[in-house]
Design a protein around this ligand. Structure first.
Ligand code: SF4
Length: 511
């Protein structure tokens, strides 16, 4: 094989959409190009051996915040054992602040931004001359109509075992400074009929799990309705074999027509990922996030009370201008609205994002190593930030996992953030760990905590036992079988070293 397209995915179930876009748009080089994906944690020598087996002349790597360290090692090793193989990099992690990065210094070429058009051009020059003069190439951004959609490149194996990422649009018109999409000028839609035709084919091939990576699904309501109708038609035609769709939405824009559509989805078929990030108006202004908090809260409550959609809502701790008290206020406000999951993320400094303009004024201190997590601000010191990090981890284990559905309200009571923080601090002082805590042990610890808080020992044991025995009658546990598979996927995602929020912020660039 002459050209290999490769990346290290965060998990096996994450099939790379970016690599498939590149392959779909290779033109007459497509026949000599192949995808070879790995999963982070694989041995560098094993990956290098596999890549070199087909004697490629060019290897293109998709570099992301979650794989940059391992990809750097892989490229370094390849350059030692096979220096003749030309290495071309692309992806959001290397598209900004490029020259200072070791991986860029090791590689032969770099394509910043969109790679769909520029990668095949650079490959042609490498293979047939004249050799590219420049090392760094700014990726050309073509009209989306000129791109070939990649969905036929999902293999039967992908369809059977992996999450299928799809996109009806690229880009975002908003400018939240912590997000890579803030650099987009706007959102660009694909031809909707063509896109739905691709979904139709995927569905006919057996695909049932569709995850939209559109930054904002509900920007263009006409398109949103048409896409939702596609899924509703499938659900009506095949109720015994339902589809499942996942969308990212902005919370303050839910017109009645969209609500009507949402209401029609049965339980276990629709998930919304909703970014709140912060309810603090001062913080929102600082990071240029435009959000009508009242409308957003009203819509989240409406979704909880009137739809079967599973709501996964994001908050970010560590934003400039936010202190622990104001974050706690936002957390409690959000919890009261009743979403199924709160994804509590810690701010990351994604390369290229404008958030760094606040570094001096707000004392932002970021970890210099990926994923560049915030360590302290002028309002949250290092120790408090560490407490928040542990809170997030225990929140995943106890609340988001759904394993303590009956017990959780007894932990949270009237002041949820404060109470869970105390539990979190106690768990850490007792175990000195935030991971590798077996469920059995966690259940014992939670029971102990309830007793320490004054609960009757037998009552505490009973409520924890009812959850632990899997009797919690949570929404998730009573939904359709395929939803269980989705949940398992989500739990697996929660175990990733990076929060889904970070990955979502980072993955919008196709390659
Ligand atoms: S956080 Fe969401 S709304 Fe804001 S720029 Fe990023 S994708 Fe757009």
């Amino acid at each position: 094989m002459t050209i290999l397209l490769s990346t290290l995915n965060a998990r096996y179930t994450h099939a790379s959409l970016g690599l498939r876009y590149l392959l779909a748009n290779m033109g007459d080089l497509q026949d000599v190009t192949q995808i070879q994906e790995f999963v982070i944690g694989a041995r560098t020598t094993d990956m290098a051996e596999k890549l070199l087996q087909s004697k490629p002349r060019i290897i293109g790597f998709g570099v992301y915040i979650w794989n940059v360290e391992e990809t750097t090692k892989l490229v370094a090793l390849l350059k030692r054992v096979a220096p003749e193989v030309v290495i071309v990099l692309g992806g959001p992690e290397v598209s900004y602040e490029s020259s200072e990065q070791t991986i860029v210094q090791l590689a032969d070429y770099l394509i910043t931004g969109w790679g769909d058009v520029t990668f095949p051009q650079v490959c042609k020059q490498i293979l047939h001359g004249p050799k590219p003069l420049m090392k760094i190439h700014a990726g050309v951004q073509p009209p989306l109509a000129e791109l070939t959609m990649p969905y036929s490149l999902y293999s039967d194996e992908d369809i059977k075992n992996r999450t299928l990422y799809v996109e009806a649009s690229r880009g975002c018109p908003f400018k939240c400074e912590f997000c890579l999409s803030a650099l987009d000028k706007t959102a660009w839609p694909y031809d909707l009929d063509l896109f739905l035709g691709e979904l139709e084919t995927l569905h006919a091939r057996g695909a049932r799990l569709f995850k939209f990576v559109d930054r904002t699904f509900n920007l263009n309501i006409k398109s949103s309705l048409k896409i939702m109708q596609f899924f509703l038609d499938k659900l009506e035609a095949h109720p015994e074999d339902p589809v499942y769709a996942h969308f990212e939405v902005v919370p303050d824009h839910l017109p009645d027509a969209l609500k009507e559509g949402i209401k029609k989805f049965p339980a276990g078929t629709l998930q919304f990922e909703i970014g709140i990030q912060s309810f603090n108006p001062e913080v929102q202004t600082l990071v240029s996030r435009k959000q009508n908090n009242e409308k957003a809260a009203e819509n989240i409550r409406w979704l909880c009370e009137n739809s079967h959609a599973h709501l996964h809502v994001d908050l970010i701790a560590g934003l400039p201008g936010e202190d622990v008290a104001s974050f706690a206020c936002g957390f409690d406000r959000l919890l009261e609205l009743g979403p199924h999951e709160i994804q509590f993320g810690i701010l990351k400094r994604l390369r290229g994002t404008p958030i760094i303009r606040h570094t001096q004024d707000y004392g932002l201190v970021f970890d210099p190593y990926p994923p560049y997590t915030i360590l302290a601000t002028d309002r949250i010191d290092f120790n408090e930030m560490q407490q928040l990090v542990r809170f997030a981890r225990y929140w995943d284990l106890i609340a988001n996992s759904g394993r303590f559905a009956h017990t959780l309200p007894l932990i949270l009571r009237e002041t949820p953030f404060a109470n869970f923080m105390r539990l979190s601090n106690w768990l850490y002082s007792t175990t000195d760990a935030t991971n590798r805590i077996a469920l059995e042990r966690l259940a014992v610890l939670v029971r102990q905590w309830l007793v320490l808080e004054g609960m009757d020992e037998e009552a505490a044991a009973e409520v924890v036992r009812s959850d632990y025995a899997g009797q919690a009658n949570t929404k998730l546990k009573t939904e359709a079988v395929h939803k269980q598979a989705v949940k398992e996927e989500k739990q697996a995602v929660l175990q990733d070293a990076l929060s889904s929020l970070t990955r979502r912020q980072a993955r919008h660039m196709a390659s």
